[in-house]
Design a protein around this ligand. Structure first.
Ligand code: FES
Length: 85
């Protein structure tokens, strides 16, 4: 897989107070090798926090796939899975 993995971290208010600030440390948490494979973007409210059936904040999307209640370890694990796939 040569395409970059695209990670969008919501840093709107609801996500930020629920822990998105930790997830924003993602870039520093990646090994240099992984860092070159991942594109990280911040976003203002993705609109998910208003739809309770979408799970709970904070939200991250990874290659368009929504992760609710995202944490830094969960995001790192998913990135690793995608890299290993
Ligand atoms: S603040 Fe993150 S989805 Fe609304």
């Amino acid at each position: 897989m040569s395409e970059k993995i695209k990670v969008v971290i919501c840093s709107g208010t609801a996500c930020f107070v629920m822990g998105a600030s930790d997830i924003l440390l993602l870039e520093e948490s990646l090994s240099p090798e992984l860092r070159s494979r991942v594109e990280i973007e911040g976003a203002t409210c993705l609109g998910m926090c208003r739809e309770s059936e979408r799970g709970k904040a904070p939200y991250v999307t990874i290659n368009g796939e929504l992760m609710s209640q995202a944490t830094l370890p969960k995001v790192l694990a998913r990135i690793q899975e995608l890299v290993d796939a």
